[in-house]
Design a protein around this ligand. Structure first.
Ligand code: ADP
Length: 218
């Protein structure tokens, strides 16, 4: 089964190029008794999907790539900014009690902790908060800064990183989420997003439904 459904005309173009490539767009059009302009969108789709390649003054040729190879190539082009979620942050002076309320209210599994300049200083997971709750402390008086995982032990990512790298980091570090950060004038990181196991799962579902990377397709 193909990952991209091609029209009959596109299948026919593929057959022509397979048999006669390299072949110019004009020649393909002639064979189909169509104009070059009519074929342009089909050729663009076949080229962007990776079935065909084109060289100036040479023409179109068949890349010979199988569906799975095209899929692998495409996965390596999906970046964090296409799948990231909105980050939820708490201030480092917030109490563990407040952080638990925020986690429920915002319905997230990981909170990012920032200082008064809104720079990233820590991460709070569900189990961090659970662990803090089984002691005898008064949760309203314990600041999250005491229990969070703190810099420099944070795993972060940038919006241009590949989703594949994110999946690798989540597995390697055995964590659920990464803050998407942007550097602020050498002072530290601003949190601009959140990328989680759910986002990676969404990418998998989109691949299965052939709806992935819609933002920059064709
Ligand atoms: P949970 O603790 O609820 O199973 P995680 O697996 O995400 O959730 O977190 C495991 C530990 O790793 C926690 O102590 C948490 O603070 C820490 N952690 C989570 N995300 C990160 C991250 N991006 N960078 C560094 N440490 C993290």
């Amino acid at each position: 089964m193909r990952l991209i459904e091609l029209t009959d005309r596109q299948e026919y173009i593929l057959e022509i190029v397979k048999a006669e490539g390299p072949i110019t767009g004009e020649h393909i059009a002639e064979k189909l008794s169509l104009t070059r302009a009519t074929l342009r969108p089909d050729l663009a789709i076949l080229t962007m999907a990776g079935f065909l390649d084109a060289r100036p003054r040479v023409g179109y040729y068949f890349t010979g790539k199988k569906g799975s190879e095209l899929l692998t190539e495409r996965v390596k082009q999906i970046h964090v900014n296409e799948y990231q979620s909105i980050p939820v942050v708490v201030n480092e002076s917030a109490s563990v009690y407040d952080a638990i309320c925020t986690m429920f209210l915002e319905d997230v599994g990981t909170l990012f902790v920032v200082d008064k300049e809104s720079l990233l200083v820590g991460v709070l997971s569900r189990k961090d908060l659970l662990r803090a709750s089984i002691g005898k402390q008064d949760l309203e008086s314990v600041p999250v800064s005491i229990i969070m995982t703190r810099s420099p032990n944070l795993t972060v990512c940038k919006k241009d990183d590949l989703m594949l790298e994110i999946a690798n980091k989540l597995i390697e570090k055995q964590i659920d989420a990464l803050p998407v950060v942007r550097e602020r004038e050498d002072k530290g990181y601003e949190v601009i997003g959140r990328v989680t196991k759910t986002n990676v799962t969404k990418l998998l579902v989109d691949i299965a439904n052939d709806e992935w990377g819609q933002t920059d397709q064709y």
